[in-house]
Design a protein. Structure first.
Length: 325
């Protein structure tokens, strides 16, 4: 038995049992989804209530980042290790003894939670889906073969997995929508301020189109980078290049560059990013619950990737005034 009086996470044998125990933990905490979201934000975590409700209504194993943030909000930091160890064991398929009668009662009694209804409109999502079917900017596109599709998918595999996660269609209500410097800016990883967002190629060199990467700031212009306000704390990343002209960063939903950011000359297709303050840094968040991050170690040429928001430093950036070079 755990300190809350329910079954310990180590008793779970399957993803469904693990999720049932998470639901039991949430119910025992007495906290609403809204309260969980606010408490997580106080600890520097991002825990959108509709994402949590969606995860707890399914039998699939939630991402480790979500489990960590949820346990921290419900039971405290000291319980995170036990829950993550149990999750890892279940994910590996390791079998444990049958559950105790107490666990069986928990599994039978805890109701499946329904995700709260979204109040956000789907108009912008539909528009983006339509726009993504358009041709990429001719100036930035070269031929890409089947090998490139496989290779680039492998580059960001660890950062991009999580397609089974529920989507949160609205920005976090607990996050503060903030204004950012106008004009040309430098977007720099919090833990690698010598790097700036710019264009480049994947490090495997097997995809023909430019994508968003981080390079030494002295080499990052052109193009110039601007965060163009769209209203309501929403921005799009706009690039201006002396050869290729203006363009905006798009978040492709399929193909070799899914999970990466690609410059297109059609800014109507641009990714809509909520810019949220996290201490001294900023988070760039999509409406589906993913955040812009750094694909692994912050080295020159590292790709910008989209992954589920989890409060990691790799998803936090400084935004400072820049120069046109």
């Amino acid at each position: 038995m755990d300190h809350q009086g329910g079954a310990a996470p180590g008793q779970a044998r399957t993803p469904a049992e693990f999720v049932a125990l998470l639901r039991r933990m949430k119910e025992a905490s007495g906290l609403t989804y809204r309260q969980l979201e606010l408490r997580a934000a106080e600890r520097g975590d991002l825990l959108p209530r509709s994402t949590v409700a969606g995860a707890l209504s399914r039998s699939a194993l939630p991402k480790a980042e979500l489990v960590e943030a949820l346990v921290r909000a419900c039971e405290g930091e000291e319980r995170v290790g036990a829950w993550l160890a149990a999750r890892d064991r279940v994910a590996s398929g390791e079998v444990t003894p049958p559950p105790s009668s107490a666990l069986a009662r928990v599994l039978d009694s805890v109701p499946v939670t329904s995700a709260p209804a979204s109040t956000s409109t789907s108009a912008s999502a539909s528009a983006s889906a339509s726009a993504l079917s358009r041709k990429r900017p001719r100036a930035l596109t070269l031929a890409a073969g089947v090998i490139a599709v496989v290779a680039l998918a492998a580059v960001g595999a660890s950062a991009l997995n999580g397609s089974d996660e529920p989507h949160d269609p609205s920005p976090s209500d607990s996050a503060e929508a903030v204004s950012v410097p106008s004009g040309v800016v430098r977007v720099q990883p919090l833990r690698a301020t010598g790097l700036c967002l710019t264009d480049g190629r994947d490090r495997k060199g097997r995809y023909g189109s430019h994508i968003a990467v981080f390079r030494p700031c002295g080499e990052a212009v052109p193009p110039t980078t601007e965060l163009e306000p769209l209203g309501g704390g929403v921005y799009r990343v706009r690039w201006e290049h002396p050869e290729h002209g203006p363009g905006c960063l798009v978040a492709p939903t399929k193909g070799a560059v899914k999970g990466f950011l690609e410059p297109w000359d059609d800014c109507k297709a641009a990714a809509r990013l909520w810019v949220e303050r996290r201490g001294e840094a900023y988070v760039l968040r999509l409406a589906d619950g993913r955040c812009v991050g750094v694909n692994g170690s912050a080295v020159a040429g590292v790709e910008a990737v989209l992954g589920w928001c989890g409060g990691a430093d790799t998803q936090r950036f400084l935004i400072r005034r820049g120069a046109r070079g």
